[in-house]
Design a protein around this ligand. Structure first.
Ligand code: ATP
Length: 306
């Protein structure tokens, strides 16, 4: 029993730690068959087919009952809309995403996808409906082909290449000596953070979910990489409801709805222009980020003049 217990315990530890972020949730659930907090209720049915409308209605949530985290979160993402969640570190952005992916059930209120209360449908069907592009994608020690096809294991070679093309990875892969057969991982090719995110985007393109959850990288990416990721994300987001946990405001300017979270509450909401005009928290974040970008730009120019 002890022998069994130790590795399971270790897996639980890994699982709990990884669950802090949105690191490849789907992989994690398949790799680690560990007990979850949330179980399907008796009589749970698959999520009905629908256009991908997401609704949070007066959702409150606490990991620990003594410390409320989210309070009265209400918003609606219309089918195909892009909703950005912004706010200071610890505001609760990832928690909103975790609830949508049903890591946890809302304490109070309802979360609906296409009108169905998440508590009444099977988790498997919720996770099939949502594609996640995490900040940090876990890659398998296998070929790059396998790593992309993971999004839909029965995908054909042509479909995998097409997904790679849309995610702007195809040319890069073609230039590798072993092409799609290149081994990646610990003893193979190491991919940069931006390349890994594009592998995740290619997987999501194959999965073709109705809802997309994008956890933008917090670490600074160079502006070329950022533009490449944004371009491939735009491809996959077209026609899908997209929820972005955004750290760089430059990526939310076009969002249909921006939710500004602070201390677990939505303190401001609207489009970019409206929020700048409001002259509150968002406007302040915008000013600070614009200033930082201007300074970085100046530094880069000084650097290149030397
Ligand atoms: P960041 O931008 O830094 O990622 P965030 O806005 O995504 O922050 P969350 O990760 O949602 O914030 O965390 C919100 C609050 O919930 C934080 O105070 C955090 O300490 C707490 N929290 C997060 N995960 C857990 C957990 N598993 N158990 C207990 N508290 C947690």
């Amino acid at each position: 029993l002890l022998q069994l217990y130790v590795p399971l315990n270790a897996l639980g530890f890994v699982y709990r730690n990884l669950r802090q972020s949105l690191i490849d949730l789907e992989q994690l659930f398949q790799l680690l068959d560990v007990a979850e907090d949330v179980r399907d209720p008796p009589g749970a049915v698959p999520l009905p087919l629908g256009p991908g409308r997401v609704r949070f209605a007066d959702v409150s949530f606490a990991y620990d009952p003594r410390r409320p985290i989210l309070r009265d979160i209400s918003f609606e993402a219309a089918p195909g809309a892009r909703v950005a969640i912004v706010g200071p570190s610890g505001a609760g952005k990832s928690t909103v995403a975790r609830l949508l992916f049903r890591f946890y059930d809302a304490g109070e209120g309802r979360i609906e996808i296409d009108g169905a209360d998440m508590r009444t449908v099977t988790q498997a069907s919720v996770r099939a409906a949502i594609g996640v592009v995490p900040q940090d994608t876990v890659l398998f020690n296998d070929t790059i082909f396998y790593n992309i096809a993971y999004g839909r294991p029965d995908a054909s070679r042509a479909e995998v290449e097409e997904a790679a093309r849309l995610a702007r990875l195809h040319d890069f892969i073609q230039r590798l000596p072993d092409g799609y057969e290149t081994q990646v991982g610990e003893r193979g090719l190491k991919l940069s953070g931006g390349e890994k995110q594009r592998v995740a985007i290619a997987r999501v393109i194959l999965k073709a979910p109705r809802i997309l959850l994008f956890d933008e990288a917090t670490s600074a990416l160079d502006s070329n990489t950022e533009q490449e990721i944004q371009a491939s994300l735009d491809q996959v987001a077209a026609g899908r409801t997209t929820i972005v946990i955004a750290h760089r405001l430059s990526t939310v300017i076009d969002a249909d709805l921006i939710l500004v979270l602070d201390g677990g509450r939505i303190v401001e909401r609207g489009r970019h222009g409206e929020l700048v005009a409001l002259d509150g928290l968002y406007a302040e974040m915008w000013r600070r980020q614009s200033e930082a970008a201007r300074l970085a730009d100046q530094l880069a120019r000084v650097g290149s003049a030397e």
